[in-house]
Design a protein around this ligand. Structure first.
Ligand code: NFS
Length: 661
């Protein structure tokens, strides 16, 4: 990778260069100008009280350096990591809480613009929660589901609901080490309490609470968000769409939905196709309204409606620099405040919509689920009204990449056997036979501190070449989509012989786009289902599965990495370690967590080493499970995968209401 190239995506690079030539600053420029603080970035700075900040540096800092209170480097670094986990957990879970309140409002008839789209999923979730469904009105079931899930946030004692969805042995490990969360809010508050000056000083004890908090993120907050979003807007199934900065149209009103929360964005999807709105756009000289997405709000509407994505985190400023974006509606998380100042150089209107998030200079139109359509119409109208203000300048892009997204865990189950025989048997068999070497969850942000999106695409292509099935989420999916990797053809062009054969038989890409970052919870469900299916590990721990976040930057990513590690999945993060100053903390996150949970969290800046670490973990798991040694192109005997023709035969006899799973 060339040092001078800031983004691996050619269109992005073109816009960056266009901006640089005009003195327009982006995160790429700022990342060059503003080097990370070498002390804070490795976890050696404590600013938890006002005697400091204390910088625990020096040759023998691990042994000798102390903060004014006497805190060691390991205490400081582990506290810093716990605060990151708590913040990440809070972000996902607060989003989930709002989804639960939306479901409650719908069930109680107070949010008239929404409806329960996937009743089958509602019943499935009610089943997890032991809520009676027989003979009851759908809204009553939905209300009980919403209330029971809301308990997960405020519970003081006991266990979060979805612990029961983990394999029994995984639960046993969690109980043995005391990391079953009680309630999301309680664990987050306790994390902040413990890291307050003078409370918890034992790094292992601090990090153990980190895992407990992270499990509250994965198995409560994120999983709740995924489930309720599916119930309200539909469980995703494969859908074609486009990705790139070239999705904007010169002759249409371009509106972007950016951030993370799907509710308002879903209503905007409806509103842009209202005839009245289209006529209004025409009255302003536009041919129509073109809706696009950014970051994880993009993933939500891409998975369910095929709305194109302009990309991930590092593309948000570049989108505005096309000069074609009439309005960008943002909710929460991963929104650069710089977009407001940048938009002043163009004609773009930036609209903040969450009561929790404002940016000075932006237009604030507050979303409220009780009047969702009204708010959505106001936003769409604002974008339309701004269309005639477009200035000529901007760096236009025309290329787009086709992709297939929408792989919910329910669909993955369905695609392996149809409505009647949906299971994970074929996947487990393919892994056992060595056709598929293992599974990697490729997740997380794209990052201007590296060649943005380049490490994602490198790791993704190398993994599939090595017959590793990739399930991807978040901005990593956008990176793969823009690179053209989310198509079934990629299986034939790049994937190794075993993976390629499996993908061809089912008609899927070798990289399955599972959704937004909260949808990493789908990966937990998938590995749990693989454990239940038999033939591999009986628990999540020990599966030939690894998590990788090669360009992570958000605290949310740290929470995700930790809930995977606690669940038994080794995780490899790119970049320098945020706790790298402490060998003790590094040892706990790798060796101690491996002993207890068979999971770990590594930080490795070298992409080649990240890859080999992941493959070593996969091969090690295969060996422990006594599976045949992986050799490219050589497979053991196993059941034949069900191809499309066989599946159609079964479908013919399926009842029409069977849905997709
Ligand atoms: Ni995940 Fe999604 Fe992207 Fe990173 Fe931000 S949008 S929640 S945190 S940058 S992947």
């Amino acid at each position: 990778m060339s040092e001078n190239i800031k983004s691996a995506n050619k269109s992005a690079e073109k816009i960056i260069n266009w901006g640089e030539a005009r003195g327009i600053d982006t995160c790429f420029e700022r990342a060059l100008k503003l080097k990370p603080c070498p002390i804070g970035s490795t976890g050696a700075c404590c600013d938890n009280c006002h005697m400091g900040p204390c910088r625990l540096v020096g040759k023998n800092a691990e042994e000798e350096a102390r903060g004014v209170c006497g805190a060691t480097l390991a205490t400081v670094a582990s506290r810093n990591l716990l605060r990151m986990i708590a913040a990440g957990t809070a972000a996902h879970s607060d989003h989930a809480r709002d989804m639960a309140f939306t479901l409650l409002a719908v069930a109680e008839g107070e949010a008239k613009d929404f409806r329960i789209t996937d009743v089958r999923k509602l019943y499935r979730v009610a089943g997890y929660l032991d809520i009676e469904i027989e003979g009851r009105p759908v809204n009553d079931v939905a209300r009980d589901v919403a209330l029971k899930l809301l308990d997960d946030f405020s519970r003081h004692k006991g266990e979060i609901n979805y612990v029961s969805r983990a394999p029994r042995k995984t639960q046993e490990r969690w109980r043995k080490w005391g990391i079953v969360p009680r309630g999301v809010d309680r664990e987050v508050v306790e994390a902040l309490h413990r890291t307050n000056i003078g409370v918890d000083h034992d790094p292992d004890h601090i990090l153990t609470h980190g895992l407990k908090t992270a499990i509250a993120d994965g198995w409560a907050g994120s999983m709740i968000s995924t489930d309720i979003t599916d119930i309200l807007f539909g469980t995703p199934k494969p859908i074609q769409a486009k990705a790139s900065l070239g999705i904007f149209k010169e002759d249409e009103v371009n509106l972007i939905v950016h951030g993370h929360e799907p509710s308002l964005a879903e209503i905007i999807v409806d509103v842009v196709s209202e005839q009245e709105m289209i006529e209004y756009a025409k009255s302003k000289g536009a041919k129509g309204i073109n809706l696009g997405g950014m970051c994880c709000t993009a993933n939500e509407v891409l998975m369910r409606n095929g709305i194109p994505t302009a990309g991930g985190f590092t593309n948000q400023e570049l989108g505005i620099m096309t000069g074609l974006v009439d309005a960008i509606s943002v909710d929460v998380q991963c929104i650069m405040p710089s977009i407001v100042e940048l938009s002043n150089k163009f004609h773009t209107k930036v609209i903040t919509t969450s009561e929790k998030a404002m940016i000075p200079g932006a237009i604030h139109i507050e979303y409220d689920e009780h009047r969702a359509k009204e708010v959505a119409r106001e936003i769409v109208k604002l974008a339309i009204d701004n269309f005639p203000n477009r200035k000529a300048e901007g760096s236009h892009i025309t290329e787009t990449s086709p992709l297939v997204a929408g792989f919910s865990h329910e669909y993955i189950e369905y695609m392996q056997g149809g409505s009647w025989r949906a299971s994970f048997r074929p996947l487990n068999d393919a892994i056992m036979a060595g056709r598929i070497r293992g599974v990697v969850g490729l997740a997380g942000c794209d990052n201007p501190r590296v060649q943005a999106t380049g490490i994602h695409t490198f790791i993704a292509s190398e993994l599939i070449k090595n017959d590793v099935l990739v399930v991807s989420t978040g901005c990593g999916s956008a990176a793969c989509g823009i690179a053209g990797y989310l198509t079934p053809e990629t299986a034939l062009e790049i994937a190794g012989p075993g993976l390629s054969e499996v993908c061809e038989a089912i008609g899927i890409p070798p990289i399955l786009h599972l959704g937004s970052c909260v949808d990493n919870s789908r990966i937990l469900t998938i590995v749990s289902a693989m454990a239940a299916e038999g033939g591999l590990s009986e628990e999540i721990a020990g599966m030939p599965a690894v998590g990788i976040a090669p360009e992570w930057m958000s605290e949310k990513a740290v929470a995700i990495g930790c809930y995977f590690a606690a669940s038994g999945v080794p995780v490899v993060f790119g970049g320098e370690s945020p706790v790298g100053a402490s060998e003790e903390v590094t040892r706990i996150m790798t060796e101690v967590w491996m002993d207890r949970f068979m999971g770990a969290l590594h930080f490795e800046p070298d992409p080649e080493k990240m890859l080999s670490l992941a493959l070593d973990y996969i091969d090690g798991a295969r060996e422990r499970l006594k599976l045949r040694k992986y050799e490219p192109g050589k497979f053991g005997g196993e059941r034949v995968l069900m191809d499309m023709a066989a599946r159609r035969e079964i479908e013919k006899s399926a009842k029409p209401h069977m849905g997709i799973y």
